[in-house]
Design a protein around this ligand. Structure first.
Ligand code: OXD
Length: 311
């Protein structure tokens, strides 16, 4: 009987997952990329960026669990086994980390911390003009679970906050825009733009020269979603012209970011290595355990992904 659980990721050795799942289910047959053994025994794959075609080779696979909230890393595999359900983690811990990331960079920009750090280096006592929070408009692009949490927290801090999504949404205290028609209006009022969109065929390259030109001059950009949402040349040109005053980037078209990429040394860019929201087994595991129980008792799965929409 296929009842093994495979941890398909190179990010960690997976032992913490083994411990948590054994606590929930008793002794389990736990495999990792280095100990796959007879793959016909694998029932469930916990996966992050699996090698192309690997999941298709597990012939008794019943469930694919995305170890990220995004699932583009799975859908990029054109040999993904058809009909095997995909669920993703829905993790309050990860959601909280993501909004922290956006708020950290937004406040750092809003309060001119980089300029004061420069003054400190020069031993200059130089107060700058103060910008009222009421005049710093934040725009959150993507209103899924992470986008909603991020937008609500910005609004609580007193920033006039808007959100953009593909289809119409309403959110208390947040001005919302949607679709292609709403995009330009949304961008035109976003002094700080935070990207939280999933990567789908509709969002790839959405942040291009036209989008950056639509922002107010001197806007700040935070990308904690996916690199391919952005056309890098357009972003670099917007930084060079002063259309953008800076950017905090956690995700890139190519990861790891190649050593010769201009972002690494750009004076207006902060680079972090895709750490905005780390999957924390403590907070992510309850949903996974629930889904394994549901699978094994034939009940409907939660947080199921629709491969056609890509989220
Ligand atoms: C995710 C990520 O999708 O960390 O969860 O990028």
């Amino acid at each position: 009987m296929a009842n093994a659980i495979a941890y398909i990721s190179r990010d960690t050795d997976g032992l913490h997952w083994k411990r948590i799942l054994s606590d929930a289910f008793g002794p389990i047959d736990f495999r990792t990329l280095d100990s796959l053994g007879d793959t016909a025994a694998i029932e469930i794959a916990l996966a992050w960026k699996p090698p192309r075609g690997l999941l298709a080779s597990f012939r008794n696979l019943k469930l694919i669990v995305s170890l990220g909230m995004g699932v583009d890393h799975l859908l990029a595999d054109d040999q993904l086994p058809e009909g095997v359900p995909i669920v993703r983690i829905m993790d309050d811990g990860l959601v909280g980390q993501m909004s922290e990331y956006a708020i950290y960079w937004a406040l750092r920009h809003h309060r001119d911390i980089d300029k004061y750090a420069e003054s400190q280096r020069k031993k200059e006592w130089k107060p700058l003009d103060f910008v009222d929070t009421l005049h710093r408009r934040v725009g959150v692009m993507g209103l899924g679970t992470i986008g909603q949490d991020t937008a609500k927290k910005f609004a609580m801090l007193g920033f006039p906050t808007a959100g953009w999504s593909r289809t119409a949404r309403t959110l208390d205290g947040i001005e919302t825009f949607h679709g292609a028609d709403g995009l330009q209006k949304f961008l035109a009022r976003s002094d700080i733009l935070v990207a939280v969109l999933p990567l789908t065929r509709n969002t790839r390259g959405l942040l291009d020269a036209k989008a950056f030109a639509a922002l107010p001059r001197g806007a700040y950009f935070i990308n904690m979603a996916r690199g391919p949402l952005v056309e890098d040349d357009a972003l670099l040109a917007a930084l060079a012209s002063g259309q953008l005053s800076g950017a905090a980037l956690d995700v890139f078209n190519q990861e790891p970011l190649p050593a010769d990429h201009p972002y690494w040394t750009h004076p207006k860019v902060h680079v972090t290595p895709h750490i905005a929201g780390a999957t924390n087994p403590r907070t992510a595991s309850p949903g996974i355990i629930e889904n394994i129980k549901r699978l094994r008792s034939g009940r409907e799965l939660i947080n199921r992904v629709d491969p056609r929409t890509g989220y």
